[in-house]
Write a protein that binds this ligand. Structure first.
Ligand SMILES: Nc1nc2c(c(=O)[nH]1)N[C@H]1C(S)=C(S)[C@@H](COP(=O)(O)O)O[C@H]1N2
Ligand SMILES: [Mo]
Length: 541
């Protein structure tokens, strides 16, 4: 009698173990989908697959029955199916190992197939279901092993119930859980439930969090791709000869997907432009709140500005050039009216990041400091600050280019401090103008003959006057410059070089339109940006 009851009871716990294994599978997959490949959620991919294969009459029936809740009904149905299937897998694994794991692996293979056969998947899209299968199987095997240990301690391997077990209080203080036979069932039972509770709870928390974050992000992604920015009043004029056609040379405008990204955000903030607000407060005549539409209603202009990160090393890649759509910050600040005595604007991002920009850089009539909503002809990409960011020519990004902007506080350097200031970086940081060699690459082997040496040079807000190249410590020879768009963007430069076999030394430096020579002395990136002429060794064969 007791034995029969215990036997059945273990099957129920085996079903629970299966459901937890299934939960760990899905939660792990959701987590890695969020990290590596948004579209690689097994449950959504299988749902999509079901939608694709279900016959039309059935779809019509579903829509007629559930209306706009048809997708929710589908997901609920799918969830129920997963629950039942994983309960069965749990029982199988308990009764006939490794049948349960085999069932999980089949589910893993099917969902991987559902994911990778869908259009536009990331290269790593197979990872989430595969890692999910591994984690789910691991937990299932472990749970079933503990469950078997518990059953054996109760039923005995021969299947006989030990009379004392049901009566013994396993929770009794002082029970020696390591070797006292009578305490073992309690010990084994506890081992099972502790693991079940831990795995089950983590699966719930991780799975639900990952799915929620990923849905918030993808819905904003959808809003962004549906967003059409109004045409700008003015567009950037790109003069003839602004872009040189040399293999290996940076493009004049850096494509958004190649644009460097630097920020402290662990996950990219996802902000619905409809609910987004910019607050302008601090030392102002009146606090102003602006919506995304208010910004658009100011009328957009297009600006070409090269952005540079303070962390860019000599010859480094943390610099990019884009066409930004936006409005002048001076006009935005005018709406609030800046009080005298202020000398800084502390800009704040939704995630708490702050930057300190000298007020003068934002109000100067000759400087195009802007609030940007567009980048290279599209709304800002999420990772570049959607829906609104700052761009200020001539200042490093960390003191000026706040992404996911939410507040402009007019204040003073004496009173307020930005994110990086107590972390070893200067409160004020104008860009140190610089030049870079793009081709030939440092340390690369090139063939002897006439080849171009080419790169870019930037001196935002001042402009580049000339770039000079010296080979093997010879004379400084001026390079040919591309036609500059304006003083806020980089220029391309090149020089033809008759390369002879051997190892050569190529050095480059720039002169800005004020007549200043690029700083020769090497400086590290902290506290206010690197300096030094780039010197590369080129092997010619
Ligand atoms: N919210 C926020 N904005 C930020 C940062 C940040 O960490 N958080 N980093 C800044 C730094 S250091 C740089 S160089 C630029 C980089 O902009 P990008 O990622 O669009 O190239 O953004 C700036 N804006
Ligand atoms: Mo930066």
């Amino acid at each position: 009698m007791v034995q029969r009851r215990s036997g059945k009871r273990f099957l129920v716990w085996a079903a629970l173990a299966g459901m937890i294994g299934g939960g760990v599978f899905l939660a792990t997959a959701e987590l890695f989908a969020l990290l590596f490949a948004r579209a690689a959620s097994p449950i959504l991919a299988v749902g999509g697959f079901v939608i694709d294969i279900v016959p039309q009459p059935f779809k019509e029936f579903a829509i007629a029955t559930f209306g706009e809740y048809d997708k929710i009904a589908l997901l609920a149905g799918l969830g129920l199916a997963v629950l039942i299937a994983s309960a069965i897998a749990g029982i199988l694994q308990f009764v006939r190992p490794p049948l349960g794991v085999i069932a999980l692996v089949i589910a893993g293979v099917l969902s991987t197939a559902a994911i990778v056969t869908r259009a536009a998947v990331a290269p790593l899209a197979f990872l989430p279901p595969v890692l999910g299968t591994v984690a789910g199987s691991f937990v299932l095997v472990l749970l079933c092993r503990r469950l078997r240990g518990w059953r054996e301690s109760v039923v005995g391997s021969g299947g006989e119930v030990e009379s004392a077990t049901e009566a013994a209080d396993p929770e009794a203080p002082g029970a020696d859980i390591t070797d006292a036979q009578s305490a073992r069932p309690g010990f084994d039972r506890r081992r099972f439930f502790v693991l079940a509770a831990l795995a089950g709870a983590s699966a719930l928390v991780v799975g639900i969090t990952a799915r929620t974050v990923s849905m918030a992000v993808s819905s904003v992604e959808a809003i962004r791709s549906a967003l059409k920015l109004p045409s700008p009043k003015t567009t950037v004029t790109v003069p003839q000869g602004a872009e040189l056609d040399i293999p290996g040379l940076s493009k004049l405008f850096t494509p958004n997907k190649d644009f460097y990204r630097v920020d402290t955000a662990l996950t990219v903030p996802s902000i619905d432009p409809d609910t987004w607000r910019l607050v302008i407060d601090g030392m102002v005549d009146q606090r102003v709140e602006m919506s995304f539409q208010d910004i658009l209603d100011m009328g957009l202009d297009e600006y070409a500005i090269t952005l540079t990160c303070v962390s860019n090393e000599v010859g480094g890649e943390l610099v990019g050039n884009a066409k930004w759509l936006g409005v002048p910050l001076r006009d935005v600040l005018k709406k609030a009216g800046v009080k005298s005595g202020a000398d800084m604007v502390l800009s704040r991002s939704v995630d708490g990041y702050t930057a300190s920009t000298p007020l003068a850089a934002l109000t100067d009539d000759d400087l195009d400091a802007i609030l940007a909503v567009g980048m290279n002809g599209e709304p800002l990409p999420l990772e570049h600050g959607f829906p609104v960011r700052m761009v200020v020519p001539g200042l490093y990004g960390y003191v000026s280019a706040t992404k996911w902007l939410t507040e402009l506080k007019v204040t003073t350097f004496a009173q307020d401090e930005a994110y990086w200031t107590p972390r070893g970086y200067s409160a004020e940081a104008p860009i140190k103008f610089a030049s870079r060699v793009d081709t030939p690459k440092l340390g690369a082997a090139v063939e002897a003959g006439k080849i171009p040496i080419a790169g870019v040079a930037w001196a935002q807000s001042v402009g580049i006057d000339r770039v000079e190249v010296s080979i093997d410590d010879g004379d400084w020879v001026p390079a040919t410059l591309s036609a500059p768009i304006n003083d806020d963007t980089w220029v391309q430069w090149f020089m033809e070089w008759d390369a002879t076999p051997g190892t050569h030394y190529v050095a480059v430096r720039a002169v800005n339109k004020n007549g200043d020579l690029q700083i020769e002395e090497r400086a590290p990136i902290a506290p206010d940006g690197s300096s030094g002429w780039q010197r590369s060794l080129i092997r010619v064969t």
